[in-house]
Design a binder for this molecule. Structure first.
Ligand SMILES: Nc1ncnc2c1ncn2[C@@H]1O[C@H](COP(=O)(O)OP(=O)(O)OP(=O)(O)O)[C@@H](O)[C@H]1O
Length: 217
């Protein structure tokens, strides 16, 4: 789905070859500052590379209108925004921004169920905990039904049990709906358990693209 060919971005990323598969779950791991977020940002053109090419469905990303691209390839950042208003407002805002049709409350409750947030839609989003806000933001992007979900540490504010439940639900959702999930995670355990492919980064380079038996969890 995504092919990288000799992609360079400042002195931050240098990726000779990389293939990210369609309908797969790909986890990106690596130490802090290794370029994981930057790699995600290249995929929906929040950042533009200096040289080389990234192909999306065989078309260079630079030829695709960024707004069109971001309707299909949606990113959830590490510290997602929560807006003034209710949980419902916060769930719907992604659809509003991308001018997609809104959905009825029962579908919003389905999404809250997916992210294991058992709250009333009318509740003030500001009053939620950090982990609850993170789940609202996750619900917001799932609701947009993107072809490709780019998640930057989607469970960083969650305890291990909740993290496991939510990642599991997300992966089931991805598989059942033939979506593609690309996720940065600090947890090698999550990557090992759920990923079809694992990208290991170090100092802006890909040091491994596959599960390595030597790689201890
Ligand atoms: N816009 C920018 N301008 C200059 N340097 C940047 C920019 N964005 C990121 N960097 C630098 O690029 C490197 C990679 O950053 P990036 O956020 O991609 O790493 P990361 O692997 O996601 O880190 P973390 O796990 O801590 O989130 C870091 O050294 C960072 O300081």
């Amino acid at each position: 789905m995504f092919f990288f060919k000799e992609v360079i971005y400042k002195n931050i990323l240098d990726i000779e070859n990389l293939h990210i598969k369609k309908h797969a779950v790909t986890c990106i791991v690596g130490e802090s500052g290794s370029g994981k977020t930057t790699l995600l940002r290249l995929l929906n053109r929040l950042t533009s590379y200096d040289s080389g090419t990234i192909f999306y469905h065989k078309q260079p990303l630079s030829d695709i209108n960024p707004t069109e691209l971001r309707r299909e390839v949606v990113m959830l950042s590490q510290a997602p925004a929560i807006f003034d208003g209710s949980i419902k407002d916060n769930l719907l805002i992604g659809l509003r921004f991308s001018e997609k049709p809104l959905v009825p409350d029962h579908q919003l409750y389905d999404i809250l169920n997916l992210v294991k947030l058992h709250k009333d839609l009318a509740q003030d989003a500001e009053k939620l905990s950090g982990g609850e806000k993170q789940r609202v933001a996750l619900g917001r992007v799932v609701l947009m039904k993107p072809e490709v979900l780019l998640l930057d540490e989607p469970s960083s504010a969650l305890d291990e049990t909740t993290e496991h439940i939510i990642i599991n639900a997300l992966i089931n959702y991805t598989k059942e709906n033939n979506k593609t999930l690309i996720m940065v995670t600090h947890s090698k355990q999550i990557a090992k358990e759920f990923a079809d492919d694992i990208i290991i980064m170090n100092k802006g380079m890909i040091i491994s693209e596959r599960w390595n038996k030597e790689w201890k969890v």
